[in-house]
Design a protein around this ligand. Structure first.
Ligand SMILES: C[S@@+](CC[C@H](N)C(=O)[O-])C[C@H]1O[C@@H](n2cnc3c(N)ncnc32)[C@H](O)[C@@H]1O
Length: 219
């Protein structure tokens, strides 16, 4: 485990012990003091599975996008540069303060928000809802209620894209998260009342789990 992973694990263990298992995100962003190398998921570029999807669908209409748990905003900035009108939110006030400073983009509204309690005016409002690496990073007791709040954010003819790690159920592997790779049946449940469009998965060299991108549409 490298130094950043050790700090992350210590902060998440401490938050769990004091009965506030989601607080470590804020603790880590605060601890990082705007040093991006302290945020292990921030690669400084959009997720390649998102880029690939957008490039494959470049002739389709562009509209409003909601980025759930936007972190340091790479996916939000990418979509804004492609012409989307973006709302990007994160649970962490420090992350939102930091990203607002880094990317004062005209087409992006950065907000503090909680997927467990989404803002009522977001309901069914977005042409694209994007979730990358959030559900796999939160314990099951929060993951299940949070997951039920994704599909209701998707507007008419809108798309939901979820990207993350997935367990290969043919192998009995115990993951010591965060992150906790997601079960296929759980991933399938994210698209409640939407139409499944695509499920892509692949395995990166040296990893025991798979990487997935799942896409649904509202009719
Ligand atoms: C592993 S990071 C991924 C960040 C970003 N999506 C990315 O791929 O770089 C998980 C993010 O989700 C945020 N988060 C965790 N729980 C959340 C919740 N209930 N509502 C909104 N954001 C949440 C965290 O603060 C963190 O920024």
């Amino acid at each position: 485990m490298d130094k950043v992973q050790r700090i992350l694990r210590d902060l998440s263990d401490a938050a769990l012990e004091r009965g506030a298992p989601l607080d470590w995100f804020e603790d880590l962003y605060e601890f990082a003091e705007k040093d991006r190398t302290m945020i292990p998921w921030s690669k400084g570029e959009p997720h390649p599975f998102l880029v690939n999807w957008i490039e494959q669908h470049s002739t389709q209409p562009i509209g409003s996008a909601l980025i759930v748990g936007c972190g340091l905003g790479e996916d939000a900035v990418y979509l804004a540069e492609k012409g989307w009108k973006v709302t990007a939110f994160d649970l962490s006030e420090s992350a939102i303060g930091w990203v607002k400073e880094m990317h004062p983009h005209q087409s992006i509204t950065w907000e503090v928000g909680d997927l467990l309690n989404p803002k009522p005016h977001w309901m069914q409002q977005f042409d694209l809802v994007l979730e990358v690496h959030i559900l796999q990073a939160i314990p099951q007791e929060f993951r299940i209620p949070a997951s039920k709040n994704l599909a209701p954010l998707v507007g008419r003819n809108g798309t939901l894209i979820c990207i993350g790690r997935m367990t290969d159920s043919s192998k009995d592997i115990q993951f010591d998260g965060p992150p906790w790779p997601l079960e296929v049946s759980f991933i399938e449940s994210l698209g409640q009342q939407l139409i499944p469009i695509n499920m892509y998965s692949t395995q990166y060299d040296g990893e025991e789990h798979l990487r997935f991108r799942a896409v649904w549409k509202r009719s």
